[in-house]
Design a protein around this ligand. Structure first.
Ligand SMILES: [Zn+2]
Length: 1063
């Protein structure tokens, strides 16, 4: 058994977003929100940072705040209602009885795949591409150029309540911390205001690549292999996006020391003026590098000790001389954004995820559904091992499409069901080869010859193609759906429409914060916007309501009742559902009763003194309710405190920061109790998704409502099984995402939504054939929001190669990073973080060294040469390495870790791209009448001009940075105040002003929010203000306070690693 990702209740998914005209929220129609815990990660960053709060030192017990918490009164308030008592309605006795549980999930007829030679249609030749030599000229390590340490007490200030984090819900990625439940209501401002030990600051001795300021003659290097700095140099590359450096310049022979003995190679120096220092830092010695104090050698104290001042202010390497993400993105937009991407060609590289492009399906799945790390796979496993390039596909089976692209056609093969290969069970697709005049077809996955059923027979044309090929989606398109027959349904019974159950914490915290009132009010409107199938008049989804603290209250909202009825279940250790009839109802039929209930809930619990909550029993109850109703569905949980009441799944505070950077660090990511894993498995089997909304602190109303709206409307495919079949030679061996697997092939999901992704890794089990290529077929069996059982099929054909160069020409770095981040984020569950980081660095170095050795044209060993497609691998990998999971700063709580870890696990390529390398947009550089999105600049402080304003976003966070010298007119237009000093730091809403700049900036913010699946709360940051530290954390090309290397430093480190591998 393998609970992958130890993910708790799963996510949802759906199809094209219904449009709800007239719904009064501008963010509608955007991407529905997250599943696991829509309380965004941003809570720790996003929220206004109320003064400085510091995490109490580990081990110090935190007393509850003295703010008059009511005494915890165990279950008193409702204790009088025994199980099944009916309250608030006609006095009647309800018979409690257990409903028989539903049967175990009858697996769909997905049989094991059998490998056989494949027969493929030939496709056109693979596209060619070029390689780039990245030249790092004259860089060397030396001390200096370290940013000044932040003022004491400045660093990140987590919101008050986060300071006491520790909740660590099992694997849920909850975000945010829980108050110390006992008797302490929401007021968690237990942080210790005051002095914070200085955050790690970059010390003067911090490594940076610099050179003496004077542009004197190049100093000869010391004789010996691979001397410092010699590694850099190479043919100049003129592309501005790459390394731009002055023309090559041959060095005196005496300096050509790099590389193994042999004829001296010309060494290109570049940047005349840059000199190499002989500090040994590029030597072959591994281990702690004197001048590379960053994370790699395991010196997390990077930056903590000031070093001696540098005698000469060294000149830094020109950052323009190293590959720029911005330039690569811009080039791709310019080169590929205008033409549609037509999927008819095998192994064709799609445009980057950052490019807007249209897709025309001509036989392969759109890159919106599947992206691969490489579109040309090595023919042998030896080659693959040599290259170390992971072979993986990032699959988003229900991805939302832009309006101009049609949703997959639904194909109905009638009672016989979808046509499949008898042996490997692959579904009919454009790559199946019809033979014998159309009477048989040969499977493109396993080569088995199958009879064509009489009703499916069609003649072939002179090319051997069926004459009806273009009339049938399954013979001509990369993506389509089949209507499933009853054989594909649980218990051989077509499913009922799914249900949504709203489960609302009504403990003291929830009531006092206003959450319950806000939520009940919002639900009255939201229930009109449940997902609908196609053009259906109303949603088929039924709804139910539960409230809870230490006990659970179920509500009967049957349409025939005058008033809702409450039933209390206090035996949380053995949860069951007290009513069936009237619990799950149609919104329109029961509207009056539901409205009445939503009006009454805040009043009923207004005077509650109950502070303790249960959690696992709530999920259990929702799951049991779905089981009893024999349907799949989704639970929406709104929860405010660590579940400390005596019950299954009880948790305790455990944010032990002493464990960070120790071998026990992984325990912080692991579930505190096995109860949730067991529960998660049961939920998957029942098709029960669980969406958690957690409120550790005061709720952020705007964000909560926005995420809730998206989440409720999001179309979800329930009770899903995904299977990826491959042609002979490779097979899917590993899976990343939020799901459960009870065998090695079937990915089982309670549900999957439009935003959720599964990353699949492939390995060779045989030799591949250049001629036939390789095929993937992803089949997702799911129940739609109207209860229809369907199969969504995506097919993708890839090229295979015998030359490594072909592999390196067809890799997609964004997808590689998605895979590597997920691999690493899963790794921290079982291995020390340092080991995980080292593994990533080693793999990256091996990938690049293999290229250098086998594919690059001969050149000095000192050169760093990167494949064109991978020239951003170092910068992006560095972003992953310095992310909050792999290199947490002092301000990142355990809950933040867990939340981000969980979030990344289900991200698609576009999301990981911007999450790891945020977008930084200058707002005042372009003319105001220019309405297009401004081109981004690199995420580095050097790119900020103090006369401008910038937006920064990463999918979770949104900052508006205001330079100190911004023109007064701009300040007035945007903030409606007279000067920079009057701008409120931390502002989260821009005033609505009637001028072009204000409109443009607010419009851009809306547009950025609409592009992302979660609401991004805005924070206005003023230059030199203390909030700026928060903002700078996202300037990922720079060093950061938790020890993350700058891009330049990391690139040099990577170069050194590669050289060591080559030597
Ligand atoms: Zn087959």
């Amino acid at each position: 058994m393998n609970v992958n990702q130890s993910a708790p209740p799963m996510p949802p998914y759906g199809q094209s977003q219904p449009v709800y005209p007239g719904y009064p929220q501008s963010s509608y129609g955007g991407q529905p929100g997250s599943t696991m815990s829509p309380t965004p990660y941003g809570a720790s960053y996003n929220g206004p940072v109320p003064g400085y709060q510091q995490t109490p030192p580990p081990g110090v017990s935190r007393a509850p705040p003295s703010s008059g918490a009511p005494p915890a009164s165990p279950a008193q308030a409702y204790g009088q209602f025994g199980q099944g008592d009916v309250q608030n309605g006609p006095s009647s006795t309800v018979q409690m009885q257990r409903h028989p549980g539903s049967q175990p999930f009858g697996s769909a007829p997905l049989a094991p795949m059998v490998s056989q030679p494949a027969v493929l249609h030939p496709y056109g030749p693979p596209p060619t591409s070029t390689e780039v030599t990245a030249q790092l000229a004259g860089m060397h390590l030396s001390g200096a150029a370290a940013p000044a340490p932040p003022p004491a007490g400045l660093a990140y200030s987590p919101p008050a309540s986060l300071a006491s984090a520790s909740g660590s819900f099992p694997n849920s990625g909850l975000y945010g911390s829980y108050p110390q439940g006992q008797a302490s209501p929401l007021n968690l401002a237990q942080g210790h205001p005051g002095a914070q030990p200085p955050q790690r600051s970059a010390p003067p001795q911090a490594p940076s690549f610099t050179s003496p300021a004077s542009g004197g003659p190049r100093m000869p290097s010391v004789t010996g292999p691979l001397l410092p700095g010699q590694g850099f140099g190479g043919p100049p590359v003129s592309q501005p996006n790459h390394v731009s450096s002055p023309p090559p310049q041959a060095l005196p022979p005496s300096t050509q020391m790099a590389g193994p003995p042999g004829p001296p190679l010309p060494m290109h120096s570049s940047q005349p003026g840059y000199q190499l220092q002989q500090n040994g830092s590029f030597g072959p010695v591994r281990g702690p590098q004197p001048n590379y104090g960053s994370p790699y050698p395991g010196t997390p104290t990077f930056g903590s000790q000031p070093g001696p001042p540098q005698p000469l202010p060294p000149k830094r390497l020109d950052p323009d001389a190293i590959p720029s993400p911005i330039q690569v993105i811009e080039d791709d937009r310019n080169n590929r954004g205008s033409e549609p991407f037509v999927t008819g060609v095998r192994g064709q590289m799609p445009p980057l995820v950052t490019t807007n492009f249209q897709v025309k399906d001509q036989g392969n799945a759109s890159p919106r559904y599947i992206r691969c790390t490489s579109y040309n796979i090595p023919c042998t496993s030896d080659m693959a091992k040599q290259a170390q390039v992971p072979l993986a596909a990032v699959i988003k089976p229900l991805a939302r499409l832009p309006p101009e692209e049609a949703s997959p056609y639904v194909v109905d093969h009638g009672e016989s069901g979808p046509l499949r290969c008898n042996r490997c069970k692959a579904y009919m697709c454009p790559f199946m080869q019809f033979i014998e005049g159309g009477r048989r077809f040969q499977c493109c996955f396993c080569s088995c010859i199958n009879d064509v059923p009489p009703q499916y027979f069609q003649h072939l044309d002179h090319t051997g193609k069926r004459v009806d090929a273009y009339d049938r989606p399954e013979l001509s398109l990369g993506s389509y759906e089949f209507l499933a027959t009853v054989d594909y349904c649980k218990n051989n019974k077509f499913p009922s429409p799914p249900a949504f159950i709203f489960m609302i914490d009504v403990s003291y915290n929830a009531i006092r914060s206003g959450l319950v009132r806000l939520l009940c009010e919002e639900l009255k409107t939201l229930l009109d916007f449940l997902p609908r199938e196609g053009g259906a008049e109303e949603s088929a989804i039924r709804v139910g309501f539960v409230t809870y603290n230490k006990v659970l209250h179920f509500y009967n909202v049957k349409s025939s009742l005058a008033q809702p009825q409450m039933m209390v279940v206090s035996d949380v250790a053995d949860m069951f559902v007290p009513l069936l009839d009237g619990f799950l109802v149609n919104v329109n039929e029961s509207r009056t009763v539901i409205t009445s209930l939503l009006d009454q809930i805040p009043e009923m619990f207004a005077d509650t003194r109950e502070t303790e909550t249960v959690f696992a029993p709530v999920i259990q109850a929702g799951m049991e309710a779905l089981k009893a109703a024999e349907c799949a569905g989704k639970l929406f949980l709104f929860h405010t405190s660590l579940p400390i009441a005596e019950a299954p799944g009880k948790l305790k505070n455990r944010d032990d920061r002493k464990l960070i950077n120790t071998d026990k660090e992984k325990t912080l990511f692991q579930p505190q109790t096995g109860a949730y894993q067991t529960l998660a498995k049961e939920c998957v089997a029942q098709g029960c998704c669980v969406d958690l909304f957690l409120f550790p602190v005061e709720n952020d109303q705007e964000r909560f409502l926005s995420d809730l709206c998206r989440d409720v409307q999001k179309v979800v495919g329930f009770d899903a099984v995904m299977r990826v079949r491959t042609s002979t030679g490779i097979r899917a061996v590993d899976f990343f995402g939020a799901f459960y697997m009870s065998n090695t092939t079937d990915v089982e999901l309670a549900g999957l939504d439009v935003d959720k992704t599964v990353t699949v890794e492939f390995k060779h089990d045989d030799r591949l054939n250049e001629e036939s290529g390789a095929l993937l077929q992803c089949a997702l069996l799911y129940t739609s929001c109207s209860g229809q059982r369907r199969l969504r099929i995506h097919n993708l054909a890839l090229n295979c190669c015998t030359q490594l160069a072909d592999l390196y020409r067809n890799c997609e770095t964004d997808t590689l990073i998605n895979y590597m981040a997920k691999f690493a984020y899963r790794g921290v569950l079982n291995s020390p973080v340092k080991t995980v980081r080292d593994t990533l660095i080693t793999q990256c170095a091996q990938i690049l060294a293999c290229y250098r050795k086998n594919c690059a044209s001969p050149s000095s060993a000192g050169q760093l040469i990167l494949p064109e497609c991978m020239k951003l691998l170092p910068v992006y990998l560095n972003c992953v390495l310095k992310s909050d999971v792999l290199q947490p700063g002092a301000e990142v709580t355990t809950d933040d870790h867990a939340y981000v870890r969980q979030l990344v696990t289900s991200m698609d390529v576009a999301e990981t791209n911007v999450f790891f390398y945020p977008r930084l947009l200058p707002l005042t550089k372009a003319p105001i009448e220019n309405t297009t999105e401004p081109p981004a600049v690199r995420a580095s402080e050097e790119r900020l001009s103090n006369g401008d304003i910038y937006l920064l976003e990463n999918g979770l966070n949104l900052f508006l940075w205001v330079g100190a010298s911004v023109q007064q007119g701009v300040v007035q237009s945007l903030f409606n105040v007279s000067s920079f000093s009057h701008i409120t730091s931390g502002l989260s809403v821009l005033p609505v002003l009637d001028n072009p700049l204000s409109k443009k900036v607010r419009g851009l913010i809306d547009s950025l929010r609409a592009q992302r699946s979660r609401y991004m709360k805005l924070i206005v940051v003023k230059q030199e203000d203390k909030l700026e530290m928060l903002f700078k954390h996202f300037l990922v090309e720079d060093k950061n306070l938790s020890g993350g290397a700058s891009y330049v430093d990391f690139l040099c480190h990577m170069h050194k690693e590669i050289q060591q591998l080559l030597s």
